[in-house]
Unconditional design. Structure first.
Length: 172
């Protein structure tokens, strides 16, 4: 039987691949407009929000952390040291490779794991509550924020870049 846990690798990997494409377009835009990595990675929507580079790091952490929790394994450590667009792309590609490497049999046991959130002492969430209430919304919040930062900077991207390809089937 398919469930959310069996679909999660697809959800995260697909959108991370879309993000790699978006970052590639951003890199081209930066070259054409003589924008430095430091300038682009430091952009933010509002002064009290994280800059673009941190949004990318959180997208990566959210995806790999959620998948690791569901599989009951350790997520790979990725220090937050990205200083170039190429390093951001490499981080997202490493995250995709990690997700794609997870044994789907381990995901079938996801309901056996509870999630303890360090910032809420004495409480935990069931895995399904964590995935639905926190993990997926958090992933898409930071993905969308990164998208909006670079769209606001002038990179010509649109909904198709965000959503990516669709699985289409013939009508029968």
């Amino acid at each position: 039987m398919q469930n959310l846990y069996s679909h999660a690798p697809y959800i995260f990997s697909k959108h991370l691949r879309n993000l790699v494409g978006i970052l590639g377009k951003t890199k081209e835009f930066m070259k054409e407009n003589n924008i430095s990595d430091a300038e682009m990675l430091g952009k933010r929507i509002a002064p009290d929000m994280f800059p673009f580079v941190r949004q990318i790091q959180i997208v990566s952490d959210a995806a790999k952390g959620t998948m690791a929790r569901m599989a009951g394994i350790e997520a790979p450590s990725m220090p937050d040291t990205e200083a170039t667009m190429d390093e951001c792309i490499a981080r997202i590609e490493k995250t995709i490779l990690f997700i794609d490497s997870i044994d789907t049999e381990k995901l079938a046991q996801a309901d056996q794991h509870n999630v303890v959130l360090a910032y809420i002492p004495g409480k935990h969430q069931t895995m399904i509550d964590y995935v639905l209430d926190m993990a997926i919304p958090n992933f898409f919040f930071h993905f969308t924020t990164a998208y909006n930062i670079i769209r606001g900077a002038g990179v010509e991207i649109g909904k198709n870049d965000y959503i990516g390809s669709l699985k289409l089937h013939d009508l029968t």
